[in-house]
Write a protein that binds this ligand. Structure first.
Ligand code: BG6
Length: 319
């Protein structure tokens, strides 16, 4: 589910190329294994669609996967078009604002949980500076019938820590790694997130399986400590941090997406409900559910000098 203008750029791509979208340098691939779009602002994956999403099932009409259901939240005149596993707002903020959608990298902290060291790095924007920064595409490697990208920020984002990102996409899965290297002298506590905006038919009719019995902090109830009773059904505004290392499956009744995580004991589930942020119309906000692979206040990482930490997520179909 991406803006029509991004769809048109992908349709006009054969193989791989750079293009400009919403004022950002965007790397695009339209290959036999599928499609990928990555913004160099934030090293942010904006779109992924395996080729199988376009192949009509035997005996069925070739409707795109995740097409709006009759009576769903899609609004007339919207410029979002169906297709792909990720959602991107059709009305992105102007630069230097961040793009809402895809998989923003929240680094080196999640939300306002700033790094704990003695430097000025203790202050800064919500979700850290990485998502607004300009990144460089260091390498594009062919990989398992797909592609592997390596990205690094153009500027220094922290006095002691350096991030890099790896994106792998092929016909079966999308995998993103956010790697932090400690090049400084003193231990630093970090959090962070791969803030995945997953495209869904209706955010208020989704099921997230795998969290039954898990404890969570409810941000809508001043971080009240709660326990998940049964599987999670999302029916409206939600903002929770689950303490779990389990794989989860997002079922929107049209697709079952498996979300595996590496070195993440926090799963953030977020949808703004009827009061979305300014850069998103309420009807468009019904078309995503964030299920984030994260390190939060529940599982912060203490990095010592010379060490590195890898936060990862892998999206695949659950069959
Ligand atoms: O609007 P932002 O800064 O992208 O953040 C979006 C949301 O991100 C989620 O991860 C947080 O749990 C929410 O509280 C927050 O509102």
């Amino acid at each position: 589910m991406i803006p029509e203008t991004l769809r048109i750029l992908l349709d006009n791509t054969q193989g791989q190329r750079h293009a400009e979208w919403a004022g950002r340098d965007v790397w695009l691939a339209n290959e036999s294994w599928g499609e990928l779009a990555v913004s160099l602002q934030g090293a942010q994956v904006l779109h992924y669609a395996p080729a199988s999403d376009h192949a009509p099932a035997e005996g069925s009409s070739p409707a795109p996967d995740n097409a709006p259901a009759e009576g769903s939240a899609a609004s007339p005149g919207e410029t979002l078009v169906p297709g792909g596993w990720l959602w991107v707002t059709p009305t992105p903020q102007a630069l230097p604002g961040a793009i809402r959608g895809g998989i923003p990298l929240c680094w080196p902290w999640f939300a306002d949980e700033h790094t704990a060291d003695e430097s000025s790095d203790r202050s800064g924007p919500m979700h850290g500076p990485a998502r607004k920064a300009n990144w460089r595409l260091e390498a594009v490697d062919e990989h398992e019938d797909g592609v592997e990208l390596h990205l690094s920020p153009l500027e220094r984002l922290h006095s002691q820590l350096v991030p890099r990102a790896v994106v792998q996409a092929n016909a079966h899965r999308l995998h993103v790694e956010l790697i932090t290297e400690h090049l400084g002298e003193t231990p630093v506590k970090i959090t962070g997130a791969l803030h995945s905006y997953l495209a869904v038919a209706d955010a208020h009719a989704c099921r997230v399986e795998g969290l039954a019995g898990a404890r969570y902090l409810d941000k809508l109830k001043d971080f009240a400590d709660c326990e998940q009773q049964g599987e999670l059904g999302v029916r409206g505004r939600i903002d929770r941090i689950y303490h779990s290392n389990a794989e989860v499956v997002l079922d929107d009744e049209q697709r079952r997406l498996r979300i595996a995580r590496q070195n993440s004991d926090s799963v953030v589930v977020w949808n703004p409900g009827e009061a979305p942020p300014e850069d998103t119309a309420p009807a468009d906000a019904r078309r995503f559910l964030c299920v984030e692979s994260a390190n939060t206040r529940l599982d912060p990482v203490w990095l010592v000098p010379g060490a590195q930490h890898l936060l990862g997520t892998t999206l695949s179909r659950d069959t």
